[in-house]
Design a protein around this ligand. Structure first.
Ligand SMILES: [Zn+2]
Length: 185
């Protein structure tokens, strides 16, 4: 086995094939503030953002039709992001978990062509991907649609129209539907 020239892999421009051939493994702690799209989702009243602990590990797997082995990458991440509770509008620390496999294909065009048929997620090897972008995409997808405290720290006065409050002014069901049924008989 030839000695590796690389002492560290570059997660900003990952050489996916070499990383997979070496069964590479990265364990990184990144400040959430470094991920701008995620930072935008954070509650502005939160005192500070923490870090995301994440790993990337790769391996080669046999190609689908006996072709060249494909690099696969597993990305895991744990983070806690303060989001805005949609009930009391205060910050709610929301755990985010990612654990996903990706298969690398040659380039963007191949990824696009195979995307509909592939069950797994595809990434292009060229241009070399930034794992920070992949990580941020996955964390954004892990965000809950409606962040809520399980119990809000303040008393919230529920108003009609809030989720979970029956709306007394809901209009009666469409009277014409009943008419239509009468016509048919
Ligand atoms: Zn709340």
């Amino acid at each position: 086995m030839k000695p590796s020239q690389k002492s560290a892999w570059n997660p900003d421009r990952l050489d996916a094939r070499a990383f997979a051939e070496a069964q590479g493994h990265l364990q990184i702690e990144t400040p959430l503030a470094r991920l701008p799209r995620l930072r935008e989702e954070a509650d502005s009243g939160a005192p500070s953002l923490g870090d995301v602990q994440w790993t990337a590990a790769a391996e080669l797997r046999p190609g689908a039709s006996g072709g060249a082995p494909s690099p696969w990458l597993r990305l895991t991440a744990h983070a806690s992001l303060p989001l805005t509770c949609q009930r009391c509008l205060g910050p709610v620390d929301t755990p985010l978990e990612v654990d996903r496999w990706f298969r690398f294909v040659a380039d963007e065009a191949t990824a696009e062509a195979q995307d509909d048929d592939a069950e797994e997620d595809l990434l292009a090897m060229e241009p070399r991907p930034s794992l920070f972008d992949v990580l941020e995409d996955e964390l954004l997808m892990a965000l809950p649609l409606v962040p809520l405290h399980s119990t809000c720290p303040v008393d919230v006065v529920l108003k009609a129209g809030d989720p979970g409050v029956p709306d007394e002014e809901a209009p009666p069901r469409n009277p014409f539907a009943a008419l239509e049924r009468l016509k048919k008989t």
